[in-house]
Design a protein around this ligand. Sequence first.
Ligand SMILES: O=C(O)CCC(=O)C(=O)O
Length: 317
Amino acid sequence: MAQVMEDPAKREPTKTFEDASPYLHDPIALREKAEKDGYLFIKGLIPVDTILGLRREILEILDRRGYLNKNRPLMEGICDLDAIHSRLTEEDVNFNGVGVPMDVYREVQKLESFHALAHEPKLLQLYETLFEEKPFPHPRNIGRIMMPHTKLHKTPTHQDFLHIQGSEQTWTCWMPIGDATQQMGALAILEGSHKAGLLGVTHAPGAGELESILCGLGYEWVAGDYGAGDLVTFHSLTVHKALSNRLPDQIRISADMRFQPSSAPIQGNSFYPHGPYEWDDLYEGWQREELKYYWKNSDFTLTPYDESIRWQKEKIC
Ligand SMILES: O=C(O)CCC(=O)C(=O)O
C-alpha cells in the first residue's frame, strides 16, 4: 500500500527567527547567512515613527468606512466584526489577495508614505550590502490589510518568483505596519528552501492563488513575532506562507516590497501599480517628486512573462 506522507505546507513553525541585525556591520557574514538560510529577519531597521505614521493613515481609511471598533483605540486595528461581515463579501476581502475591497485598496495605494517605505535609506543600504551593487526598488509595492473576516483566505505556501519573475536575485521585503505576532497571522519562512529550486504548483485560494508543492521536502518552518520596524527579507525562491490569524477581531497590516540588483533583468509588470490603477491617479497630491516614475531614465533588460512556470499539477503527498 502506498504510504501517505504528511504535507510540509501544513506544518507549524518549529524554529524562531534569529535577529540578523548584528550582521549588518559585517557584510561578508550577512551575505553568507542570506545564502545559507534564504532569508534575513532584521529587528528595528526602520524607525518606529515611520511605521506607526503609515499605520495611522491606513487605519484612518478603514475608520472612515466604519470597519473599526469605535470602542477601541484606532491604532490597535480592531475590527467591528458585525460591520465587516454584513458589508463585505468573500470577493471583497479576497480582492487581489490584499484583504480589503478594491476602492479601499486604491486609497492605500495612493498613500505617498506607503510607497516611500521602499526608499528608506536603511533598507537601500541593506540591499546594497546584500547585492554588492546599487539596488533597484520595484515600484509595484503591495499592501495587505488582512481583515479578520471568516471568508478571508490566508496566503498559501509559495515562492515569489512565480509571480514576479525577472531575476531570481530579486528579494522580497515583508514588513508589518505595526506589530504582527505569530498569533496575528505573520509571515513564516521555510528555511533554506531557496536551494530546492523552482517547485511545481497547484491551485490554492489566497494571495497569488498558487501553492508550491512541498511534498517530500524536509525543510523547517521558522517564524517569530514582529514589532513595528522589524522585517523579513527573502530570496525569490524561498518558500513562505502566512500563519493563521487566531485573534478574532484583529486586522493584520503589512507591506511587500521587492528589490533587485540594478543590473539584473526585470519583468515589465514590476513597473506597474499593484491593482487596476494608474500611477498618474495614485500620485495625486504627492509632495516628493523624486518618488514618481523614478525608474524612467534607467536602462533595464526586460524578460518576458513565462506562463509555463505557473502550470498547475495535482498535489500528491
Ligand atoms: O502578507 C501575506 O499574507 C503574503 C505576503 C507574501 O507572500 C509576500 O510578501 O510575498
